[in-house]
Design a binder for this molecule. Structure first.
Ligand SMILES: Nc1ncnc2c1ncn2[C@@H]1O[C@H](COP(=O)(O)OP(=O)(O)OP(=O)(O)O)[C@@H](O)[C@H]1O
Ligand SMILES: [Mg+2]
Length: 485
Protein backbone atom coordinates (compact mmCIF):
# COMPACT_ATOMS: atom_id res chain seq x y z
CA UNK A 1 0.00 0.00 0.00
CA UNK A 2 1.29 3.41 -0.84
CA UNK A 3 2.20 5.31 2.24
CA UNK A 4 3.64 8.85 2.32
CA UNK A 5 7.28 8.78 3.39
CA UNK A 6 8.08 10.32 6.73
CA UNK A 7 10.97 12.74 7.06
CA UNK A 8 12.43 13.93 10.33
CA UNK A 9 14.21 17.30 10.28
CA UNK A 10 16.35 18.24 13.26
CA UNK A 11 17.36 21.88 12.96
CA UNK A 12 17.32 25.34 14.36
CA UNK A 13 14.02 26.61 13.05
CA UNK A 14 14.79 30.25 13.67
CA UNK A 15 16.75 30.15 10.41
CA UNK A 16 14.27 30.90 7.58
CA UNK A 17 15.40 28.23 5.11
CA UNK A 18 14.34 25.40 7.39
CA UNK A 19 10.68 26.26 7.49
CA UNK A 20 10.89 26.87 3.72
CA UNK A 21 12.23 23.35 3.22
CA UNK A 22 9.68 21.85 5.61
CA UNK A 23 6.81 23.46 3.74
CA UNK A 24 8.09 22.46 0.35
CA UNK A 25 8.55 18.84 1.37
CA UNK A 26 5.14 18.64 2.99
CA UNK A 27 3.07 20.64 0.55
CA UNK A 28 4.66 20.13 -2.82
CA UNK A 29 6.01 16.64 -2.33
CA UNK A 30 3.34 15.32 0.00
CA UNK A 31 5.77 13.87 2.53
CA UNK A 32 4.97 13.66 6.18
CA UNK A 33 7.48 15.99 7.83
CA UNK A 34 8.30 15.92 11.52
CA UNK A 35 10.27 18.78 12.99
CA UNK A 36 12.45 18.68 16.09
CA UNK A 37 14.76 21.33 17.41
CA UNK A 38 16.44 19.35 20.14
CA UNK A 39 18.17 16.01 20.06
CA UNK A 40 15.98 14.53 22.78
CA UNK A 41 12.84 15.52 20.91
CA UNK A 42 14.26 13.95 17.76
CA UNK A 43 15.12 10.74 19.60
CA UNK A 44 11.64 10.53 21.03
CA UNK A 45 10.09 10.99 17.59
CA UNK A 46 12.37 8.36 16.07
CA UNK A 47 11.31 6.01 18.80
CA UNK A 48 7.57 6.58 18.41
CA UNK A 49 7.10 7.02 14.69
CA UNK A 50 8.24 5.10 11.66
CA UNK A 51 10.78 7.32 9.85
CA UNK A 52 12.20 6.91 6.37
CA UNK A 53 14.76 9.71 6.18
CA UNK A 54 16.35 12.04 8.71
CA UNK A 55 18.02 15.37 8.05
CA UNK A 56 20.08 16.85 10.83
CA UNK A 57 22.19 19.94 11.21
CA UNK A 58 25.80 19.32 12.10
CA UNK A 59 25.47 21.37 15.23
CA UNK A 60 23.24 23.90 16.73
CA UNK A 61 22.19 24.64 20.30
CA UNK A 62 20.46 21.43 21.34
CA UNK A 63 21.89 19.10 18.73
CA UNK A 64 25.07 17.34 17.80
CA UNK A 65 23.92 16.18 14.37
CA UNK A 66 26.78 13.73 13.83
CA UNK A 67 26.16 11.93 17.11
CA UNK A 68 22.43 11.92 16.55
CA UNK A 69 22.78 10.34 13.10
CA UNK A 70 25.40 7.90 14.35
CA UNK A 71 22.99 6.78 17.08
CA UNK A 72 20.15 6.54 14.59
CA UNK A 73 22.26 4.32 12.40
CA UNK A 74 22.43 1.81 15.23
CA UNK A 75 18.84 2.03 16.45
CA UNK A 76 17.15 2.41 13.04
CA UNK A 77 19.67 1.23 10.45
CA UNK A 78 17.38 1.59 7.48
CA UNK A 79 16.58 5.29 7.98
CA UNK A 80 18.43 7.34 5.34
CA UNK A 81 20.69 9.95 6.95
CA UNK A 82 21.43 13.40 5.54
CA UNK A 83 23.79 15.78 7.31
CA UNK A 84 23.78 19.54 6.85
CA UNK A 85 27.23 21.07 7.38
CA UNK A 86 27.87 24.58 8.63
CA UNK A 87 29.13 27.03 6.04
CA UNK A 88 32.72 26.27 5.11
CA UNK A 89 32.95 23.15 7.28
CA UNK A 90 34.20 19.80 6.01
CA UNK A 91 32.63 16.42 6.90
CA UNK A 92 34.65 14.86 9.72
CA UNK A 93 35.59 11.25 10.40
CA UNK A 94 32.56 10.80 12.61
CA UNK A 95 30.13 11.75 9.85
CA UNK A 96 31.84 9.46 7.36
CA UNK A 97 32.48 6.40 9.50
CA UNK A 98 30.07 6.40 12.40
CA UNK A 99 27.02 8.10 11.00
CA UNK A 100 27.67 6.76 7.50
CA UNK A 101 25.52 9.49 6.02
CA UNK A 102 23.90 9.20 2.62
CA UNK A 103 24.61 12.80 1.52
CA UNK A 104 25.92 16.11 2.82
CA UNK A 105 24.32 19.43 2.23
CA UNK A 106 25.96 22.70 3.01
CA UNK A 107 24.69 25.92 4.42
CA UNK A 108 23.34 28.25 3.25
CA UNK A 109 20.77 25.65 2.40
CA UNK A 110 19.71 25.38 -1.24
CA UNK A 111 16.12 24.26 -0.81
CA UNK A 112 15.67 22.79 -4.29
CA UNK A 113 18.86 20.81 -3.95
CA UNK A 114 17.74 19.55 -0.56
CA UNK A 115 14.42 18.39 -2.01
CA UNK A 116 16.25 16.51 -4.74
CA UNK A 117 18.55 14.80 -2.24
CA UNK A 118 15.51 13.75 -0.20
CA UNK A 119 13.79 12.32 -3.26
CA UNK A 120 16.83 10.37 -4.41
CA UNK A 121 17.50 9.21 -0.89
CA UNK A 122 14.00 7.79 -0.58
CA UNK A 123 14.28 6.09 -3.94
CA UNK A 124 17.55 4.48 -2.94
CA UNK A 125 16.01 3.34 0.30
CA UNK A 126 13.03 1.83 -1.46
CA UNK A 127 15.28 0.00 -3.89
CA UNK A 128 17.35 -1.37 -1.04
CA UNK A 129 14.19 -2.43 0.77
CA UNK A 130 12.81 -4.23 -2.28
CA UNK A 131 16.13 -5.87 -2.86
CA UNK A 132 16.15 -7.23 0.67
CA UNK A 133 12.61 -8.45 0.37
CA UNK A 134 13.15 -10.08 -2.96
CA UNK A 135 16.24 -11.89 -1.75
CA UNK A 136 14.32 -13.05 1.25
CA UNK A 137 11.33 -14.14 -0.81
CA UNK A 138 13.69 -15.87 -3.17
CA UNK A 139 15.34 -17.79 -0.39
CA UNK A 140 12.02 -18.82 1.08
CA UNK A 141 10.50 -20.05 -2.10
CA UNK A 142 11.35 -23.63 -3.00
CA UNK A 143 11.43 -22.54 -6.60
CA UNK A 144 14.62 -20.56 -6.36
CA UNK A 145 15.73 -22.00 -9.67
CA UNK A 146 14.57 -19.41 -12.17
CA UNK A 147 11.76 -21.02 -14.03
CA UNK A 148 9.81 -19.70 -16.96
CA UNK A 149 7.02 -21.26 -18.97
CA UNK A 150 8.17 -24.73 -19.97
CA UNK A 151 7.99 -25.94 -23.53
CA UNK A 152 4.90 -27.93 -24.31
CA UNK A 153 4.67 -31.56 -25.29
CA UNK A 154 1.56 -30.89 -27.30
CA UNK A 155 -0.49 -32.99 -24.94
CA UNK A 156 -4.24 -33.04 -25.30
CA UNK A 157 -4.77 -31.03 -22.12
CA UNK A 158 -5.09 -27.28 -22.42
CA UNK A 159 -4.35 -26.22 -18.90
CA UNK A 160 -5.21 -22.96 -17.21
CA UNK A 161 -2.95 -20.89 -15.02
CA UNK A 162 -3.37 -18.73 -11.99
CA UNK A 163 0.16 -17.51 -11.31
CA UNK A 164 2.02 -20.78 -10.68
CA UNK A 165 -1.09 -22.90 -10.24
CA UNK A 166 -1.77 -25.25 -13.13
CA UNK A 167 -5.20 -26.83 -13.52
CA UNK A 168 -7.92 -27.94 -15.92
CA UNK A 169 -10.61 -29.16 -13.53
CA UNK A 170 -13.86 -27.33 -13.07
CA UNK A 171 -13.36 -27.28 -9.31
CA UNK A 172 -10.00 -25.56 -9.49
CA UNK A 173 -11.23 -23.21 -12.11
CA UNK A 174 -14.13 -22.09 -9.90
CA UNK A 175 -11.79 -21.82 -6.93
CA UNK A 176 -9.22 -19.74 -8.80
CA UNK A 177 -11.87 -17.43 -10.19
CA UNK A 178 -13.09 -16.71 -6.69
CA UNK A 179 -9.50 -16.33 -5.50
CA UNK A 180 -8.88 -13.67 -8.13
CA UNK A 181 -11.87 -11.73 -6.85
CA UNK A 182 -10.86 -12.24 -3.24
CA UNK A 183 -7.33 -11.07 -4.04
CA UNK A 184 -8.57 -7.62 -4.94
CA UNK A 185 -10.21 -7.13 -1.56
CA UNK A 186 -8.52 -6.46 1.74
CA UNK A 187 -10.24 -9.28 3.61
CA UNK A 188 -8.30 -11.97 5.43
CA UNK A 189 -8.20 -15.32 3.69
CA UNK A 190 -8.30 -18.82 5.06
CA UNK A 191 -7.06 -21.70 2.93
CA UNK A 192 -7.69 -25.26 3.97
CA UNK A 193 -6.88 -28.55 2.35
CA UNK A 194 -4.81 -31.69 2.73
CA UNK A 195 -1.05 -31.62 2.66
CA UNK A 196 0.51 -30.91 -0.72
CA UNK A 197 -2.65 -29.61 -2.37
CA UNK A 198 -1.13 -26.22 -3.17
CA UNK A 199 -2.29 -24.01 -0.30
CA UNK A 200 0.89 -22.00 -0.19
CA UNK A 201 0.96 -21.64 -3.95
CA UNK A 202 -2.60 -20.30 -3.80
CA UNK A 203 -1.64 -17.87 -1.04
CA UNK A 204 1.19 -16.55 -3.20
CA UNK A 205 -1.05 -16.25 -6.24
CA UNK A 206 -3.53 -14.24 -4.19
CA UNK A 207 -0.85 -11.91 -2.87
CA UNK A 208 0.59 -11.29 -6.33
CA UNK A 209 -2.88 -10.50 -7.64
CA UNK A 210 -3.66 -8.03 -4.88
CA UNK A 211 -2.99 -4.33 -4.57
CA UNK A 212 -0.23 -5.28 -2.18
CA UNK A 213 1.82 -7.08 -4.79
CA UNK A 214 4.69 -4.60 -4.80
CA UNK A 215 5.09 -5.06 -1.06
CA UNK A 216 6.38 -8.21 0.54
CA UNK A 217 4.70 -11.52 1.17
CA UNK A 218 6.21 -12.81 4.39
CA UNK A 219 5.68 -16.37 5.53
CA UNK A 220 5.48 -17.69 9.05
CA UNK A 221 5.03 -21.34 9.77
CA UNK A 222 3.19 -21.50 13.09
CA UNK A 223 3.68 -25.24 13.56
CA UNK A 224 5.85 -26.44 16.41
CA UNK A 225 6.69 -22.98 17.76
CA UNK A 226 6.29 -22.01 21.39
CA UNK A 227 4.31 -18.88 22.18
CA UNK A 228 7.25 -16.70 23.10
CA UNK A 229 9.13 -17.44 19.91
CA UNK A 230 6.07 -17.00 17.73
CA UNK A 231 5.18 -13.81 19.56
CA UNK A 232 8.58 -12.34 18.90
CA UNK A 233 8.65 -13.52 15.27
CA UNK A 234 5.31 -11.92 14.52
CA UNK A 235 5.02 -9.00 16.92
CA UNK A 236 8.72 -8.30 17.46
CA UNK A 237 10.49 -7.62 20.72
CA UNK A 238 12.55 -4.99 22.45
CA UNK A 239 16.10 -5.70 23.39
CA UNK A 240 16.23 -7.41 26.76
CA UNK A 241 12.57 -8.45 26.67
CA UNK A 242 13.65 -12.00 27.48
CA UNK A 243 16.88 -13.92 27.84
CA UNK A 244 18.50 -14.04 24.46
CA UNK A 245 16.81 -10.89 23.13
CA UNK A 246 20.08 -9.13 22.46
CA UNK A 247 18.67 -6.58 20.07
CA UNK A 248 15.33 -5.16 18.97
CA UNK A 249 13.39 -7.26 16.52
CA UNK A 250 10.86 -5.70 14.20
CA UNK A 251 8.53 -8.69 13.84
CA UNK A 252 6.85 -9.87 10.66
CA UNK A 253 3.71 -7.82 11.05
CA UNK A 254 5.71 -4.60 10.96
CA UNK A 255 8.33 -5.83 8.51
CA UNK A 256 5.50 -6.72 6.18
CA UNK A 257 3.78 -3.35 6.56
CA UNK A 258 1.77 -2.69 3.42
CA UNK A 259 2.08 -6.32 2.34
CA UNK A 260 0.78 -9.75 3.22
CA UNK A 261 1.69 -12.17 5.98
CA UNK A 262 1.04 -15.84 5.30
CA UNK A 263 0.45 -17.78 8.51
CA UNK A 264 0.94 -21.44 7.70
CA UNK A 265 -0.36 -24.22 9.96
CA UNK A 266 -2.52 -21.78 11.85
CA UNK A 267 -4.29 -24.65 13.60
CA UNK A 268 -1.14 -25.22 15.66
CA UNK A 269 -1.17 -21.98 17.64
CA UNK A 270 -2.02 -22.15 21.33
CA UNK A 271 -5.26 -20.85 22.78
CA UNK A 272 -3.49 -17.91 24.34
CA UNK A 273 -1.73 -17.00 21.12
CA UNK A 274 -5.09 -17.14 19.36
CA UNK A 275 -6.13 -14.26 21.61
CA UNK A 276 -3.13 -12.17 20.51
CA UNK A 277 -3.87 -12.86 16.86
CA UNK A 278 -7.51 -12.00 17.26
CA UNK A 279 -6.60 -8.72 18.87
CA UNK A 280 -4.23 -7.94 16.03
CA UNK A 281 -6.91 -8.73 13.44
CA UNK A 282 -9.37 -6.50 15.24
CA UNK A 283 -7.14 -3.54 16.04
CA UNK A 284 -4.36 -3.74 13.46
CA UNK A 285 -1.95 -2.96 16.28
CA UNK A 286 1.11 -4.77 17.48
CA UNK A 287 2.83 -4.53 20.82
CA UNK A 288 6.36 -5.89 20.67
CA UNK A 289 7.40 -8.00 23.66
CA UNK A 290 8.88 -5.74 26.29
CA UNK A 291 7.53 -2.59 24.68
CA UNK A 292 5.11 -0.32 26.45
CA UNK A 293 3.43 1.10 23.38
CA UNK A 294 1.47 -0.36 20.52
CA UNK A 295 2.19 0.49 16.91
CA UNK A 296 0.05 0.17 13.81
CA UNK A 297 0.85 -2.45 11.19
CA UNK A 298 -1.08 -2.64 7.98
CA UNK A 299 -0.80 -6.22 6.77
CA UNK A 300 -3.23 -8.60 5.17
CA UNK A 301 -3.40 -12.04 6.69
CA UNK A 302 -3.67 -15.23 4.70
CA UNK A 303 -3.82 -18.29 6.93
CA UNK A 304 -3.61 -21.94 5.99
CA UNK A 305 -4.36 -25.18 7.73
CA UNK A 306 -4.37 -28.81 6.73
CA UNK A 307 -6.51 -29.74 9.69
CA UNK A 308 -10.14 -28.68 9.26
CA UNK A 309 -10.63 -25.72 11.59
CA UNK A 310 -14.36 -26.31 12.03
CA UNK A 311 -13.57 -29.60 13.73
CA UNK A 312 -11.07 -27.93 16.01
CA UNK A 313 -13.62 -25.24 16.77
CA UNK A 314 -16.18 -27.93 17.61
CA UNK A 315 -13.67 -29.58 19.95
CA UNK A 316 -12.95 -26.24 21.59
CA UNK A 317 -9.32 -26.23 20.46
CA UNK A 318 -9.64 -23.29 18.15
CA UNK A 319 -11.46 -20.08 18.99
CA UNK A 320 -14.63 -19.65 17.02
CA UNK A 321 -14.29 -15.86 16.91
CA UNK A 322 -10.77 -16.13 15.45
CA UNK A 323 -11.97 -18.64 12.90
CA UNK A 324 -14.66 -16.23 11.74
CA UNK A 325 -12.18 -13.35 11.64
CA UNK A 326 -9.74 -15.31 9.52
CA UNK A 327 -12.23 -16.46 6.92
CA UNK A 328 -13.02 -13.23 5.15
CA UNK A 329 -12.82 -15.63 2.25
CA UNK A 330 -12.49 -19.34 2.76
CA UNK A 331 -10.95 -21.73 0.27
CA UNK A 332 -10.89 -25.48 0.38
CA UNK A 333 -8.28 -26.79 -2.02
CA UNK A 334 -9.56 -30.22 -3.11
CA UNK A 335 -7.29 -33.27 -2.88
CA UNK A 336 -5.89 -34.46 -6.19
CA UNK A 337 -7.97 -37.65 -6.14
CA UNK A 338 -11.10 -35.47 -6.28
CA UNK A 339 -9.91 -33.70 -9.42
CA UNK A 340 -8.44 -36.50 -11.45
CA UNK A 341 -8.69 -34.32 -14.58
CA UNK A 342 -5.79 -32.25 -13.25
CA UNK A 343 -3.41 -35.19 -13.04
CA UNK A 344 -2.42 -35.31 -16.70
CA UNK A 345 -1.96 -31.56 -16.98
CA UNK A 346 0.12 -31.42 -13.83
CA UNK A 347 2.20 -34.45 -14.78
CA UNK A 348 2.96 -32.87 -18.11
CA UNK A 349 3.77 -29.55 -16.49
CA UNK A 350 6.16 -31.13 -14.00
CA UNK A 351 7.78 -33.26 -16.71
CA UNK A 352 8.50 -30.13 -18.73
CA UNK A 353 9.69 -28.24 -15.67
CA UNK A 354 12.08 -30.89 -14.46
CA UNK A 355 13.38 -31.93 -17.84
CA UNK A 356 14.18 -28.32 -18.51
CA UNK A 357 15.83 -27.88 -15.11
CA UNK A 358 18.00 -30.96 -15.65
CA UNK A 359 18.50 -30.33 -19.38
CA UNK A 360 16.90 -33.68 -20.27
CA UNK A 361 15.39 -34.07 -23.68
CA UNK A 362 12.45 -36.34 -23.05
CA UNK A 363 9.76 -36.78 -25.66
CA UNK A 364 6.67 -36.76 -23.47
CA UNK A 365 4.56 -38.99 -21.23
CA UNK A 366 3.23 -42.36 -22.30
CA UNK A 367 -0.53 -42.89 -22.23
CA UNK A 368 -0.16 -45.85 -19.88
CA UNK A 369 1.76 -43.68 -17.43
CA UNK A 370 -1.01 -41.08 -17.39
CA UNK A 371 -3.55 -43.85 -16.93
CA UNK A 372 -1.68 -45.34 -13.96
CA UNK A 373 -1.32 -41.94 -12.38
CA UNK A 374 -5.03 -41.27 -12.63
CA UNK A 375 -5.78 -44.52 -10.79
CA UNK A 376 -3.58 -43.69 -7.86
CA UNK A 377 -4.96 -41.97 -4.76
CA UNK A 378 -2.06 -39.55 -4.11
CA UNK A 379 -2.26 -39.17 -0.35
CA UNK A 380 0.57 -36.62 -0.64
CA UNK A 381 -1.34 -34.85 -3.40
CA UNK A 382 0.49 -32.62 -5.86
CA UNK A 383 3.74 -32.68 -3.95
CA UNK A 384 3.77 -36.46 -4.28
CA UNK A 385 2.94 -36.28 -7.98
CA UNK A 386 5.72 -33.79 -8.56
CA UNK A 387 8.24 -35.96 -6.73
CA UNK A 388 7.17 -38.96 -8.75
CA UNK A 389 7.60 -37.14 -12.04
CA UNK A 390 10.88 -35.58 -10.97
CA UNK A 391 12.24 -39.06 -10.31
CA UNK A 392 10.98 -40.41 -13.62
CA UNK A 393 12.65 -37.55 -15.47
CA UNK A 394 15.97 -38.31 -13.80
CA UNK A 395 15.68 -42.00 -14.65
CA UNK A 396 14.68 -41.49 -18.27
CA UNK A 397 17.25 -41.08 -21.03
CA UNK A 398 17.26 -38.37 -23.66
CA UNK A 399 14.99 -39.11 -26.58
CA UNK A 400 12.64 -41.36 -24.59
CA UNK A 401 9.13 -41.08 -23.19
CA UNK A 402 8.35 -41.17 -19.48
CA UNK A 403 6.71 -44.55 -18.90
CA UNK A 404 5.43 -46.66 -16.04
CA UNK A 405 8.76 -48.48 -15.90
CA UNK A 406 10.28 -46.50 -13.06
CA UNK A 407 7.09 -45.72 -11.16
CA UNK A 408 7.11 -46.25 -7.40
CA UNK A 409 5.63 -49.63 -6.43
CA UNK A 410 2.64 -48.09 -4.64
CA UNK A 411 1.67 -46.10 -7.72
CA UNK A 412 2.23 -49.08 -9.93
CA UNK A 413 -0.01 -51.19 -7.70
CA UNK A 414 -2.93 -48.79 -8.03
CA UNK A 415 -5.94 -50.33 -9.66
CA UNK A 416 -8.75 -48.56 -11.37
CA UNK A 417 -10.94 -46.92 -8.80
CA UNK A 418 -14.46 -48.20 -8.50
CA UNK A 419 -17.05 -45.75 -9.69
CA UNK A 420 -18.03 -43.52 -6.78
CA UNK A 421 -21.41 -45.19 -6.31
CA UNK A 422 -19.79 -48.55 -5.62
CA UNK A 423 -17.65 -47.25 -2.82
CA UNK A 424 -18.64 -47.18 0.82
CA UNK A 425 -20.55 -50.43 0.59
CA UNK A 426 -23.29 -49.27 -1.74
CA UNK A 427 -24.52 -52.41 -3.47
CA UNK A 428 -27.55 -51.46 -5.52
CA UNK A 429 -28.29 -54.78 -7.17
CA UNK A 430 -29.44 -56.89 -4.22
CA UNK A 431 -32.13 -56.84 -1.54
CA UNK A 432 -35.61 -55.42 -1.50
CA UNK A 433 -36.38 -52.04 -2.97
CA UNK A 434 -36.41 -50.56 0.52
CA UNK A 435 -32.97 -52.00 1.28
CA UNK A 436 -31.58 -50.66 -1.94
CA UNK A 437 -33.05 -47.22 -1.43
CA UNK A 438 -31.65 -47.10 2.08
CA UNK A 439 -28.29 -48.26 0.90
CA UNK A 440 -28.27 -45.52 -1.70
CA UNK A 441 -29.36 -42.96 0.87
CA UNK A 442 -26.67 -44.07 3.27
CA UNK A 443 -24.08 -43.76 0.55
CA UNK A 444 -25.24 -40.30 -0.52
CA UNK A 445 -25.29 -38.96 3.02
CA UNK A 446 -21.88 -40.41 3.77
CA UNK A 447 -20.23 -39.14 0.60
CA UNK A 448 -21.75 -35.68 0.97
CA UNK A 449 -20.43 -35.51 4.50
CA UNK A 450 -17.00 -36.54 3.30
CA UNK A 451 -17.09 -34.01 0.55
CA UNK A 452 -17.77 -31.28 3.10
CA UNK A 453 -15.25 -32.71 5.53
CA UNK A 454 -18.02 -33.45 7.97
CA UNK A 455 -19.16 -29.88 8.11
CA UNK A 456 -22.72 -30.80 8.94
CA UNK A 457 -24.34 -27.50 8.06
CA UNK A 458 -22.77 -27.51 4.62
CA UNK A 459 -23.66 -31.15 4.04
CA UNK A 460 -27.23 -30.55 5.20
CA UNK A 461 -27.47 -27.62 2.81
CA UNK A 462 -26.17 -29.68 -0.08
CA UNK A 463 -28.66 -32.47 0.64
CA UNK A 464 -31.56 -30.12 1.22
CA UNK A 465 -31.98 -31.39 4.79
CA UNK A 466 -32.24 -29.52 8.05
CA UNK A 467 -29.34 -30.02 10.44
CA UNK A 468 -31.57 -32.08 12.70
CA UNK A 469 -32.70 -34.13 9.72
CA UNK A 470 -29.10 -34.82 8.81
CA UNK A 471 -28.20 -35.69 12.40
CA UNK A 472 -31.04 -38.24 12.40
CA UNK A 473 -29.72 -39.87 9.26
CA UNK A 474 -26.22 -40.02 10.68
CA UNK A 475 -27.53 -41.74 13.76
CA UNK A 476 -29.78 -44.04 11.83
CA UNK A 477 -27.03 -45.28 9.54
CA UNK A 478 -24.39 -45.20 12.25
CA UNK A 479 -22.15 -43.00 10.14
CA UNK A 480 -18.87 -41.76 11.57
CA UNK A 481 -16.05 -39.76 10.26
CA UNK A 482 -13.08 -41.80 9.15
CA UNK A 483 -10.16 -41.47 11.50
CA UNK A 484 -12.26 -39.66 14.12
CA UNK A 485 -12.41 -41.16 17.58
N1 LIG B 1 -1.92 -26.43 -9.07
C1 LIG B 1 -0.59 -26.57 -8.99
N2 LIG B 1 0.18 -26.36 -10.08
C2 LIG B 1 1.51 -26.52 -10.01
N3 LIG B 1 2.18 -26.87 -8.92
C3 LIG B 1 1.48 -27.10 -7.80
C4 LIG B 1 0.06 -26.95 -7.78
N4 LIG B 1 -0.37 -27.21 -6.53
C5 LIG B 1 0.73 -27.52 -5.82
N5 LIG B 1 1.84 -27.45 -6.57
C6 LIG B 1 3.22 -27.76 -6.12
O1 LIG B 1 3.11 -28.80 -5.18
C7 LIG B 1 3.94 -28.59 -4.05
C8 LIG B 1 3.10 -28.48 -2.79
O2 LIG B 1 2.36 -27.26 -2.82
P1 LIG B 1 2.19 -26.34 -1.52
O3 LIG B 1 3.48 -26.26 -0.78
O4 LIG B 1 1.56 -25.07 -1.94
O5 LIG B 1 1.17 -27.25 -0.73
P2 LIG B 1 0.53 -27.06 0.72
O6 LIG B 1 -0.91 -27.29 0.57
O7 LIG B 1 0.99 -25.76 1.29
O8 LIG B 1 1.17 -28.29 1.50
P3 LIG B 1 1.40 -28.48 3.10
O9 LIG B 1 0.06 -28.54 3.74
O10 LIG B 1 2.13 -29.76 3.18
O11 LIG B 1 2.21 -27.30 3.54
C9 LIG B 1 4.72 -27.34 -4.36
O12 LIG B 1 5.96 -27.69 -4.90
C10 LIG B 1 3.88 -26.62 -5.38
O13 LIG B 1 4.68 -25.83 -6.22
MG1 LIG C 1 2.21 -25.41 2.94
Amino acid sequence: MERASTILIVANYSEPNWSGLTNLLAERQGYRVLAADTESEALQLAHDVHIDLAISEESNKGVDGCSFLAGLRVSHPDVMRVLVLAKGSEPGRKAVEEASVYQYLRKPLDIEQAVLVVKRGLETRELARRHRLISREFKMSDESVGFTAPHHFGFQTQSQRFEKLVYVSERMSTLCDLAKTAARTELPILIQGETGTGKELLARAIHYNSQRKSSPLLVQNCGGMNDELLQSELFGHKRGAFTGAVSDRLGLFRAGDGGTVFLDEISDVSRSFQVSLLRFLQEGEVKPLGADKTVQANVRIIAASNRPLTQLVAKGEFRRDLYYRLKGFEFEVPPLRDRVEDIAALAEFFAAKHSEATARKILGLSASLIEKLTHYEFPGNIRELENEIRRLVVLTSDGEYLTTRHLSPNVLAATQRRPAALQNGFAPSSGTLKDQVESLERHLVQSTLQKHRWNQSKAADALGLSRVGLANKIRRYGLAEEGAT
